[in-house]
Design a protein around this ligand. Sequence first.
Ligand SMILES: [Zn+2]
Length: 850
Amino acid sequence: MHRYSFAFLLLLLLPFVLSTGLISCGKSLSVPPNEPGVSLELAEFRKSLLSDIQYTLYFNIPERREMPIPATVSIKFTLNNEGYDIPLDFRESADKLRSLTVNGTSAEIIYENEHILLPAGMLHPGENQVDIELIAGESSLNRNPDYLFTLFVPDRARTAFPLFDQPDLKAVYKLTLEIPSEWEAVSNAALSDVIQEDSTKILEFRPSDRFSSYLFSFVAGRFEKVTRTVNGVEMTMLHRESDPEKVERNLDDIFELHAASLEWLEEYTAIEHPFQKFDFALIPAFPYGGMEHVGAIQYRAGSLFLDEDPSDSRLLSRASLIAHETAHMWFGNLVTMKWFNDVWTKEVYANFLAAKIMNPEFPDINHELNFLLRHHPSAYSVDRTEGANPIRQNLANLNEAGQMYGPIIYNKAPIMMRQLELLLGDDLFREGIREYLSSYAFENATWPDLIRILDQKTSTDLAAWSDVWVNTPGRPHFSIVRNGSASLLQTDPAGQRSRFWPQQFSIVELSPSGTQTRLVTSQGAATELDQALGNNRIYNANGYGYGLFPASPDNLEAWLEFGDTAKGSELINLYENMLEGVVDPADYYGRLLNIIRSESNQLLLNRALSYLGTIYWNLMSKEERESAAPGLEEMLWNLMMQQPDASRKRIFFDSYRNVAVTENGVQRLYDVWAGNTKIEGLSLSDNDLTGIAAILAVKSHPRAEDILRIQLDNIQDSDRKRRFEFLQPALSADPSVRDQFFESLKNPENREIESWVISSLNYLHHPLRTDHSEKYILPSLELLEEIQVTGDIFFPSRWLDATLSNHSSDNAVETVRTFLNERPGYNEQLRMKILQSADMLFRSNTILAP
Ligand SMILES: [Zn+2]
């Protein structure tokens, strides 16, 4: 018989001992495989082992952006078990790591698959400390010539420095920044000390509140600083705007909107603003509207600093953005999703509550109409497509978390939430939200956690209710059958007979005595309506419902009889039916022309003009468009001249700028740009003139080259000048220059400022240039996987939208279909994004087919 040595026996046993974690706690833990990103298994593994995390961070940021950023990271954490190697996340080249010290002892750096392994043998139960010296990674630092801003959502903090980058390991951050003396900086916590050196200064921030890693942030650079106290709250704003009048014009509103949002939220949630301070930074080329970093919100400057005479829509968008980001302090920052599959829970509250917060700020606005126009068109734009996704999705690894974002979570989810509020009643709903916030404050929660709280407040089975609305994609179709009496049928276009979206909405109908409204609850296949159904009927007249509703262009003949929300609903219903092939685009176009002549509500006017523009550019053949253009241009110009107030003039002017294509029409635009024609009552900003110059180039004005050059010279603001410089080749009349520009986008460095890239793609793929840009479709699709890795959260879909939505040719359709067919194993989420963005392409191709 062979005798095993004791040591050999121990070796045999060791993997068993390690993998079951028997050493100290008796609870078995499965060790996740070491793979790139942050897998759900890794997150669960670390969550069960780690607590009390604190990061002490130091970054030395030189003025010149090509110089590296030396950094140190100290991580303290409590380990409640032993025997496991603990991976830290760091997605960068390993050469950036200079040294690693674990509990005071220098350690070899073991770097594999975007992780630094902290060896089990150097860790112990209780408090541990890890110290790392490195050169910071830069891919999410957004370094510009004289400023930078970090944007780490959803899992990008790990591109800058090593940490445990998952939302349910909340931590305290203690930051020190060394920056050039004349720079300013803002971060999540207040400053505790400033030490002036020769050419630099050292900013020490206080320990932050406890929050998730995606919310850690700082902004530093040449910024102006404005501090104000409103309603007892001190707020500091950083900005780079060079036009003092523009700043002055917007300042009061910006501060007051924040203060009003804070006050409203404290009242609604019964929880005071939960963090130590509340500041914000306005950044010129921020990739989207805003990001809710604790104590240091970031905004795209242009979303808050509005030009003169903004339309109602622009004012509402700004207020809603501010309310949205402020709401995140409670929803997302105080109570955070456990995993990014529930990122939608923070977005749905933020949008749903933003809509409520704005009501008192805009007493003259019809908020039901505003909610409808801000949510339904956008939600339908995804839910009607072949690539529709459910609100709640699975997410295996945080490196795909960016794919969770889109109109379904921002726009469909709030519609669902309104139905939920309707079901429970305002008071119970609010009570449930308060309970949810206080139960999970400074912790993490899931959607089922909220549903459990709300479920106790109603007899309806909310789990089943939520299952259809939240866990499945798509929208119901509604129709009427008359069989003696009339019934409203709800059907599932995907053919599942048992799937219904329980919901309430109203139907308004015209009778000889005026309009009559009836409330309908549809929760099964058929809902009996009483017999008296008039001829002119608008479904979903109150805007609470969701689906494809019957619509009739004839209703527009009785336009003035209906209320504003019903009108908005019918505009949307007709548009959706047009895309389904039920309503004729030419018919709808003609009736929209009548509406824009008479409609006094700015929100409805904007919507009608936007649909008019879509039909004009996407659903008319070139010949049809050319024949419609002279009449449309003339009409818009005259309507603009007749408007008494500047913001309405602007709406018509923007629309005119969009549609003008005839020689005379384009020349008139040129005269406005050149100052030969003054439109009384309309002042044109730098942004307006830049936009006109760009569109004159796309519309092949004979002086295009001069126009672009002169406009570039005229721009004073350095950030806006850099942007317009970037756009120049995309606007060029020379196709080979545009080709070279497109080619340059294959280099990720040239895609760093995403909002510029999207603007340039919109010009490259302008409907007048689609013949030439069709060849960019395939390489753009081929880049998508890389863009998903290198770009911020909204970039992949915006890249696709800008690339696909203006095309309609058979070739373009073929390119997309073939691309997907040839890649059966292609990333499912990206496949869906492509199908979402290609929806307009597919539909316009079908509608335009001879
Ligand atoms: Zn948000």
